[in-house]
Design a binder for this molecule. Sequence first.
Ligand code: GDP
Ligand code: MG
Length: 314
Amino acid sequence: MPFRSGFVCILGKPNAGKSTLLNALAGEKLAIVSPKPQTTRNRVLGVIHIPKKKGTSGAQVVLIDTPGVHRPDTSLGKKMMSEVREALNGCDLVLVIVDAVRKKDASDQFLFSLIAKSKTPVFLLLNKIDLLRGGKNALLPLIEQHAKQHAFREIIPISARKGDGLELLLQKVVAALPGGPPYFPEGQATDQPARFMVSELIREQILMNTDEEVPHSVTVLTEQYEELPKLTRIAAAIFCEREGQKRILVGHQGQMLKKIGTAARLEIEKMLGTKVYLELFVKVRENWREARGFVEELDWRRQLEHLMAPESKG
Ligand code: GDP
Ligand code: MG
């Protein structure tokens, strides 16, 4: 049997559990997770290395977590949907993940329209079955209902949070991949630069500690990242859209910013395995979500391209 490898795109509506699934399959936290919709804003890659075992020949599954499928109304939203399309483009397998306990609505049609014409095999994952009352009896009608939407190659009930069904899922994923070489060296779990993951961990704390418009109006840019012998020194800017949001983020006597900073620092230390000195600044950039240029600047893949370009200016 040849070595198998391929790109597997995780697709679904906001909050279906895509990033939770990526982290669970990868066995480490590569993408931030929150109960708020539109937590994930860019493609997140997770590489699963499956060693050779008796009777099998090893595989590499490159998972791509994506922003939730939605109809965009800002430049940021459009950028997020273009990330979804890029992930879908040229992948070997699509995992459509739906929240099994949520009622379907019009936005499900939009999701299924994205895969309607694709020739790529698609698995449907019914997620959050830990919340489903009625067990198997409740699952069967759901499976039947979804089977009408698309000729899914497989329909698999899972709980990304509890880990139920994931072993079976991974087996079926590997079996659906073509023969091919590993794309990433062993030991590499993602392609995200550490400084971007740092920004995400800070944003995660903002998502957890603020409400309403604030989580959606915030983006984080790591401006300084210095690996010193005994600690990593990081300075990051939190951009929001209005003065009122800045007041909330800073909080009474700076308490909110302190809370966010402390919690984020602990997470960053866990990820990096070093002590971290973290400094946060809050800046207002009016309507940045509508500003195409700025939204593009936030894309770390784009930033890297600029750094690599031999004739780049500045
Ligand atoms: P995404 O927007 O699709 O990436 O969704 P997330 O992975 O960020 O998860 C959204 C919310 O659903 C979070 O609060 C998760 O903890 C929760 N969640 C994800 N998977 C499960 C699951 O299998 N069971 C339960 N009970 N909650 C889940
Ligand atoms: Mg996500």
